[in-house]
Design a binder for this molecule. Structure first.
Ligand code: C5P
Length: 405
């Protein structure tokens, strides 16, 4: 994917610098030419020998090569680069970049990069330094210049482990960059609120048993990631799944039941809602407070079901003109007719049909094959592809159909 692409990997002096070796390896493996530029302090944390062994290029730290006296031209380097990645970016490096304090090779290279060159910055520092208004202000400055700040999600595990300040994992930095390479750097959803539902719901029968389905949440999570990558303010209402959102800007609201999901979605403000969750249509009328016992009776017990709210339908009924509502349909028979019928009944603007009949499509896979039907009667068919590609297709579709006049 990165064949022939020139990437400058800037390393500043933080403990997380050891992780940058992994990032360099991932970039090289993907085919990129990786030129490492280190700040003088970074050499205390990871040796230039390690980095040059991984990248196959001598590391640049100084304006002049110590051996030959050769001058390293930061201007040439800046022109050479297709992308700059600065990981870790310490408080000091962030401050210097934000204010143009060009006292080392990394900052001069940053300042010399061509206009429009994507620049990815992964901050890493002590928690208090990160929280300080100076640092926060500098990060906001960098963002306002169009740089992409890559931060880990916080608060999902013990905060001392993944609290703000830790550098994002190399795999996620790589994933973030690759998405831009694959799909183009569009931030066309900036300023828009996107609501996504994902995963199954779980409807309790008794304290240990429930009714649910095979939804993995993958499709919905990819939709949320793609919306966030495009600059949207994303709320992801998620049933219980085994995956996590990556983009730090996504607000994840965890729910278990359909009625909880309904409550969250009803309260949400959105411009675009993509309802991807496999919501249980029914729940047990009574949740028993004790486990049903086999010995309790010779008769087979009956679980009486009552209807859950149809979230899509309710949102469709109260939809404002500016709002765009997209549903998903997974059908086993009469697919097309059922999907179109659903779109009409629920007042959706479009519906994405994925068929269980297609190999590699649907629930627990990482790929999907979809057709999108829109309320104007159009049908667009797509090939089998990774769910992240499907998410990208979907927002290209939404953009072209509903957002461009
Ligand atoms: O009618 P069906 O459940 O097949 O419709 C699928 C679409 O409706 C999906 O977009 C799904 O997320 C949504 N849905 C919902 N609330 C329900 C049932 C389905 O939002 N209770």
């Amino acid at each position: 994917m990165l064949k022939g692409k020139n990437i400058i990997l800037g390393i500043s002096g933080g403990i997380a610098a050891y992780k940058t070796a992994t990032l360099a390896r991932l970039l090289v493996k993907a085919g990129a030419n990786v030129q490492v530029v280190m700040t003088p302090n970074a050499r205390e944390f990871i040796t230039p020998v390690t980095m040059s062994a991984i990248t196959g290029r001598p590391v640049i730290t100084d304006f002049f090569s110590a051996n030959s006296g050769e001058w390293h031209s930061h201007v040439d380097l800046g022109l050479w680069a297709d992308a700059l990645v600065i990981a870790p970016a310490t408080a000091s490096t962030i401050a210097k970049m934000a204010n143009g304090v060009a006292d080392n090779m990394l900052i001069t290279t940053y300042l010399s990069s061509k206009k429009g060159t994507p620049i990815y910055i992964a901050p890493a520092m002590d928690l208090d330094m990160m929280a300080h208004p100076s640092t926060q202000h500098n990060i906001e400055l960098l963002r306002s210049y169009g740089n992409h700040i890559i931060e880990p999600r916080s608060g999902e595990l013990a905060s001392h482990l993944v609290g703000k300040g830790r550098m994002e994992e190399p795999e996620n930095i790589f994933d973030f960059i690759m998405r831009d390479v694959r799909y183009g750097i569009s931030r066309d959803l900036a300023g828009r609120k996107v609501l996504v539902t994902a995963g199954p719901t779980v409807e309790k029968i008794d304290p240990v048993r429930f009714i649910s389905n095979f939804s993995s949440g993958r499709m919905g999570y990819e939709i949320a990631e793609e919306a966030a990558r495009r600059g949207a303010e994303v709320t992801l209402v998620s049933g219980p799944v085994n995956i996590r959102a990556k983009n730090a800007s996504i607000t994840v609201v965890d729910v278990a039941t359909a009625e909880e999901m309904f409550a969250e979605c009803s309260a949400a403000d959105f411009d675009i809602a993509v309802l991807c969750a496999a919501v249980a249509d029914y729940r047990p009328a009574d949740v028993l407070d004790k486990k049903i016992k086999r010995e309790a009776s010779d008769e087979s017990p009956t679980v009486r079901l009552v209807k859950n709210h149809d979230i899509a339908k309710v949102l469709g009924e109260k939809k404002a003109d500016r709002q765009i509502l997209i549903g998903f349909a997974l059908e086993t028979d009469n697919e097309q007719a059922n999907a179109i019928d659903k779109m009409r009944r629920k007042n959706l603007d479009a519906i994405v049909l994925n068929s269980l009949a297609d190999k590699g499509a649907g629930f627990a896979t990482t790929t999907n094959k979809v057709s999108i039907f829109s309320s104007d009667g159009a049908k667009t068919e797509y090939d089998l592809k990774p769910k992240s590609d499907v998410a990208n297709d979907l927002f290209n579709f939404i953009n072209q159909k509903f957002l461009t006049d």
